[in-house]
Design a protein around this ligand. Structure first.
Ligand code: NAG
Ligand code: NAG
Ligand code: NAG
Length: 465
């Protein structure tokens, strides 16, 4: 109470604010100490909606960590693979690596920033561990106070002696703002460096790596767009250096993933054409892989982009890729992409039976109806291409191929029936998997995966009868 009374006295208000700041810092510090204790009580929460989202939330689970049976992974600034059931400290950055299907963790952005700060500040007093958000808030109040008092010129003399404290605080504030760069500031700096004619290719590659990390956050990806970052990434795709092409495609793909705003912006910026051109012309296969990732992210749940993808000869480009990819990695990704597009469209039209009154849904149905996927698949020869993926030795590739073959069966059935090598392949694969299921049963290791593949083969054979 006494504190409030003295605070209302303008003449000593600055020292009063100093005190408030110190108080806040102390509270922050206490908060941190108690926060550290509960670090072991932190576990990763499974993402239940799973719709292609690469980010997962990390929350505190008080009950689970009480005993030491959870393995707690200490994240570093490098991505590391997370074992099932492992726990991570709160605010760690967890993502699903779509390439490996593994969960990965690294330091959350906040932690990463502190970590970098720590390096620069080793000689200084150990103040950086205090929470900057709170200090910022307090500083903001001081700023307002300065404005108010500078209007009040009569009092200027009497508070003159206090100004030094204030100046010091302002300096602290400026320092703090420098230290705690927001993601927006970081991206602005990175983009400027990227765009600078002085930067070397190596520097640009490092910048792209940092950007790729940042744009996993939906807001950051949108900010990147508003800063003209999309254009720079598209220029990167056009680069003659394939490493720049690859990394630019990776940033684009990550920014586009589950981010409708960015998807729209990208199409408006002509990303589709540039991506398709790059896909058709880029040389090393790992570049094509990343470009394909960006294309798939752009098309996902975006019927407008899908329609234009088809009308710009997208399936033709994909079929070229399919034909030249002997290894099967690209083939599988392409087939998965086709499967996703077919099932997306199907799901929308099926849901339509229940949601006929929803206008947004009607619009979606209308847009998907303009995606003339089926006819294009037939024309570009996909009914004959996808079966080739069955020749792969990878179970996973075969499974993807079978799912796609089933999804395509409404348009391809006649061709399947006259494809004697497909018929033979299905028979021999069925025998092979039947055998594997049996030997698994003998060993008592049955996990159901091979039975699942048999079910897919059966379903396809039933359709083809
Ligand atoms: C490039 O570097 C030179 C000399 O180091 C400097 O004068 C110039 O301003 C820089 N240009 C850009 C665009 O940063
Ligand atoms: C990149 O630099 C060019 C010219 O130097 C400028 O016109 C453009 O706005 C810059 N783009 C970004 C995103 O900074
Ligand atoms: C990429 O290159 C093509 C042809 O050289 C050009 O038409 C296009 O505008 C370029 N795109 C970007 C984003 O620089």
């Amino acid at each position: 109470m006494r504190l409030q009374l003295s605070c209302s006295d303008r003449r000593i208000s600055f020292s009063c604010f100093t005190f408030t700041v110190l108080l806040l810092l102390l509270l922050c510090h206490i908060g941190q100490i108690s926060g550290q204790k509960s670090d072991s009580a932190v576990a990763v929460v499974e993402n239940t909606d799973g719709g292609g989202d690469e980010e997962e939330e990390v929350t505190v689970d008080e009950e689970e960590g009480e005993e030491g049976d959870l393995e707690v992974v200490q994240p570093t600034d490098e991505w590391q693979t997370l074992k099932q059931g492992a726990a991570v400290p709160a605010s760690s950055h967890v993502r699903l690596n779509l390439q490996t299907g593994q969960r990965e963790v690294r330091l959350g952005e906040e932690q990463l920033k502190y970590w970098t700060q720590e390096e620069h500040r080793e000689q200084e007093e150990p103040r950086s561990s205090l929470c900057p958000e709170e200090l910022k808030q307090a500083m903001k109040k001081i700023k307002d106070e300065v404005k108010a008092s500078s209007r009040d010129t009569e009092q200027e003399d009497s508070v003159a002696s206090k100004y030094r404290t204030l100046e010091e605080l302002k300096k602290d504030m400026a320092q703090l703002e420098l230290l705690v760069e927001t993601d927006g500031q970081i991206m602005k700096r990175l983009l400027e460096q990227f765009n600078s004619s002085n930067s070397t290719t190596e520097q640009r590659l490092t910048i792209l790596q940092e950007l790729e990390y940042l744009v996993h956050q939906v807001d950051n990806a949108q900010v990147l767009c508003s800063m003209g970052g999309l254009q720079l990434m598209l220029q990167g795709l056009n680069s003659s250096d394939f490493r720049l092409q690859e990394s630019s495609a990776f940033v684009l793909g990550s920014a586009l993933s589950s981010n409708p705003t960015v998807q729209v912006k990208a199409v408006e910026n002509g990303a589709l054409q540039t991506l398709l051109t790059t896909l058709a012309t880029a040389q090393p296969i790992h570049v094509k892989k990343k470009v394909l990732f960006a294309v798939a992210s752009l098309l996902r749940h975006f019927p407008y982009a899908q329609r234009h993808f088809l009308s710009h000869g997208g399936l033709q480009v994909l079929s070229e890729l399919f034909r030249v990819d002997g290894g099967g990695v690209l083939r599988t990704r392409i087939v998965t992409m086709l499967y996703d597009m077919i099932s997306e469209k199907e799901m929308i039209s099926q849901a339509g039976l229940d949601l006929a009154l929803d206008t947004a849904h009607n619009e979606r149905v209308r847009q998907y109806s303009q995606v003339s996927l089926q006819g294009e698949l037939l024309e570009e020869g996909w009914c004959g291409l996808v079966p080739q993926l069955l020749e792969s030795t990878e179970h996973d590739y075969r499974e993807k191929a079978l799912r796609a073959l089933l999804a395509m069966s409404p348009v391809c059935l006649d061709q399947y029936r006259s494809d004697s090598s497909l018929l033979g392949l299905l028979l021999s694969l069925r025998d092979q998997y039947q055998e594997m299921v049996q030997s698994e049963m003998i060993l008592g290791e049955e996990n159901g995966y091979f039975s699942e593949i048999i079910d897919l083969i059966d379903a396809l054979q039933v359709k083809m009868k």
